[in-house]
Write a protein that binds this ligand. Structure first.
Ligand SMILES: N=CN[C@@H](CCC(=O)O)C(=O)O
Ligand SMILES: [Zn+2]
Length: 425
């Protein structure tokens, strides 16, 4: 077969080769490292991964492009499997409150937090939302991210805004090189108007919103913020079971982020693809997730930004055989950063995951968190040619030398879509 692009002499080629399913336990630390690696691509797919030269059945012609991987580390394209990509406004006005010790839930209860982003999102036009999210996607891509999950959830009872967020994500998926997978998250906060009767709002989500989102084919997943003073376990269960059984959405939960409510246990009971956050997940919840093979999508950037000193027990989760994915949670309140590389360093330096466990978390396990493990997440023949060339001699360096961008080039579906700019001096 003819190669359109070849990356050769790669010092550290991290393939993640293996089965197309979330890696857990010891396997979370096995990354399929090849020294002096070579990857051959035909159009959008990988046709060969190995060491040294190419086998004789791979044809090269005058149009084949070569990239030299000497001194570089190459990984699969990174997957950011939890973001609130499309929103209006920003919440830096919360910083001074946070510094005085006002908590995330206190800001939310006083009508700020998610409510203030709701207002900014409702007041934003399609184009304003599109331009802002497009800029964030460019930033994510520069950090090596090639696939992103994007949630609605800033329209809430204003269903038009929910739909607008999802339409923006759909259009960006068509226009931008980064792939976007959408999640409907109408259950992101209890609207102030339903404060005394939240079940009425739950009924609206179930009876009016879910069927319409499905009819318009705007989301693959359905997510609920299950939290103290937000949606209860019972309400979360009602929404997600209906979403799953009646409309075929794949369920996810913002689980045990702040208070240990039993979100992890519920994720196992319902058969969610992921439970996300899990900062306060109980031992029983972790065990239940392991038994059912639910992916823990941990978000250490959020813990860092919440400033309360609590991080999900990701190391224990791996020891207990729960597959762990790692994502940014990019949003304007609890994690205003698109920098997945920084979040990877937090996962290692604070949660104590090895660099191998971390890279698995943002590649094959991130892909699995989006149900895309057969297409992306590892560098293997037949998969999409999504990969990152890091200007780094090895994987440890990317994690250890934290807070900067190590990306040199990003290839998405076989095309060069990002290259680091040179300084003008
Ligand atoms: N916790 C709920 N949702 C987001 C935060 C959204 C916001 O504060 O705007 C999260 O995952 O952290
Ligand atoms: Zn979130």
């Amino acid at each position: 077969m003819r190669a359109t692009l070849i990356i050769k002499n790669i010092d550290n080629l991290i393939t993640l080769k293996g089965e197309n399913n979330p890696r857990r336990g010891k396997k979370q630390g096995e990354v399929g490292l090849i020294n002096n690696g070579i990857v051959a691509i035909n159009n959008d797919k990988i046709i060969y991964v190995g060491s040294g030269g190419l086998p004789s059945d791979i044809e090269i012609d005058e149009n084949t492009v070569f990239i030299n991987g000497k001194g570089k580390t190459v990984t699969p394209g990174l997957v950011d499997a939890h973001t609130h990509l499309v929103h209006g406004g920003s919440r830096e006005h919360e910083l001074s409150m946070k510094l005085k010790g006002v908590s995330y839930l206190e800001i939310l209860a006083s009508g700020g937090g998610i409510h203030s982003t709701m207002e900014a999102t409702r007041n934003a036009t399609f184009d304003e939302l599109y331009d802002k999210a497009n800029k964030s996607l460019d930033t994510m891509l520069s950090f090596g991210v090639t696939t992103v999950e994007a949630k609605s959830g800033y329209g809430i009872e204003d269903f038009d805004t929910e739909l607008r967020q999802l339409e923006v994500a759909k259009k960006l998926n068509e226009d931008h090189p980064v792939d976007i997978v959408s999640t409907f998250m109408g259950a992101h906060a209890i609207p102030i108007k339903y404060k005394d009767n939240p079940d009425e709002f739950v009924d609206i989500i179930i009876k009016e919103m879910l069927p319409e989102v499905k009819k318009r084919d705007l989301a693959k997943f359905c997510d609920v913020f299950c939290e103290d003073s937000v949606f209860t376990i019972e309400q979360t269960k009602r929404i997600l079971l209906e979403a799953k059984n009646k409309y075929g959405f794949i369920p996810k939960i913002h689980a045990d982020e702040i208070v240990s409510l039993g979100g992890a246990e519920l994720a196992a009971e319902i058969g969610c693809i992921t439970a996300d956050h899990l900062i306060s997940a109980s031992d029983a919840g972790i065990k239940a997730m392991a038994e059912k093979g639910i992916i823990a999508n941990v978000l250490p950037g959020t813990s860092f930004n919440l400033q309360e000193g609590h991080f999900a027990r990701a190391k224990k989760m791996i020891e207990e055989n729960v597959p762990v994915a790692i994502s940014t949670d990019y949003n304007p309140g609890s994690c205003p950063t698109e920098n997945l590389q920084l979040v990877m360093s937090f996962a290692s330096l604070i949660m104590k995951l090895t660099p191998e466990e971390v890279i698995t978390g943002v590649t094959i396990n991130g892909a699995s968190a989006l149900g895309l493990e057969n297409e992306i997440g590892s560098l293997m023949e037949g998969k999409y040619a999504d990969l990152v060339i890091f200007d780094a001699p090895n994987l440890d360096y990317i994690i250890y030398h934290f807070g900067v961008n190590h990306t040199e080039k990003v290839i998405k579906k076989g095309k060069l879509v990002y290259e680091k700019n040179n300084c003008m001096n």
